[in-house]
Design a protein around this ligand. Sequence first.
Ligand SMILES: Cc1ncc(COP(=O)(O)O)c(C=O)c1O
Length: 362
Amino acid sequence: MTRPLVPDHIRDLTPYKPGRPIREVQRELGLAHVVKLASNENPRGASPRAVQAIHASLAELARYPDVGALDLRDAIAAHHQVRRENVVCGAGSESILATILRTFLAEEDELLTSEGTFVGFYVLAQSRGVALRTAPMRDYHFDLEALAGMMGPRTRLVYLANPNNPTGTIFGKGEFSRFMGRVPAHTLVVLDEAYIDYVEPGADYPDSLLYRFDNVLTLRTFSKSHGLAGLRLGYGLAHGDLITNLMKVKLPFEPSVPAQAAGVAALADGDFLRETVALSAAGRAALRAALLAKGLHPAPSQANFVMFPLRDAEEADHFVRHCLLRGVIVRPLGAFRLPHCVRVSTGLPEEIETFIEALKAW
Ligand SMILES: Cc1ncc(COP(=O)(O)O)c(C=O)c1O
């Protein structure tokens, strides 16, 4: 029997579907003003220091980037008090996630994660053609105990997002420690901390970098709190042996020249980060209060967005359409396996006000 040109797991793959672009919605609905609260971007724009560094780097565009990304990895290492050997950089943390799946998996291996987590992981896992198992969430939180109970001899990798996207919820230090106590040495835990900067000070939150487990790989991104989603820049932190092997497999010339320069500058832009986090915290509180006033039940978010369930998938679709018609793009969550839920990113105060007006009219 001949094998088809396109393998079954690719033919059956549902591709990543991003939040809808503003221009597309404007064209479709004939609206002059559209607000996008659908992709957890930074509503303030990019770190000005990063933008300046990008301009300065343009003189180098004819040259290939530094394959080792040494300046950037050194800056990240100093920022987190680790060594350059513990840092890998890529074109977004999702690119590093893709490299992880290419580096550490054999065909017979199995992946484990939760229902209701980052759609990018589901898509990458399915594109890899290995078995993916998921545990149900517990009240919109990762159920680490259930995940620990599902681990078997073939489980090579567990993906956790903390705070989780799209729920915004976190798991605590005690849960994480108990979970790690049950993870065998042959299983890699990928801990995606894309939204760590938005976690309230004093929250019961296990910053994975304070643990130094040999089988934990931490992912961070410049796409959210640094406002560089369009540049594509993220990094991973782990034991040197894991990083050495990732570096063998990753595409050598990512991140790009401007991205490497911007990352160094963004890390030094503490003011931009603090202002971003404060704005997002205020937006999160406003969204939560408005949703509660409407009788809805938002999940407790520690990220730059708020998620809430509606009665069912049909009502959630209606709500998304209702908002679109009033010029607000919010995110339906079918692809995240929560079809009855909707996610709204924190925007500028006037953008949040536009959403709240639409909510009141619902
Ligand atoms: C949990 C999580 N991980 C990773 C990413 C992707 O980040 P990047 O832009 O660095 O690829 C996102 C983006 O929405 C996310 O929500």
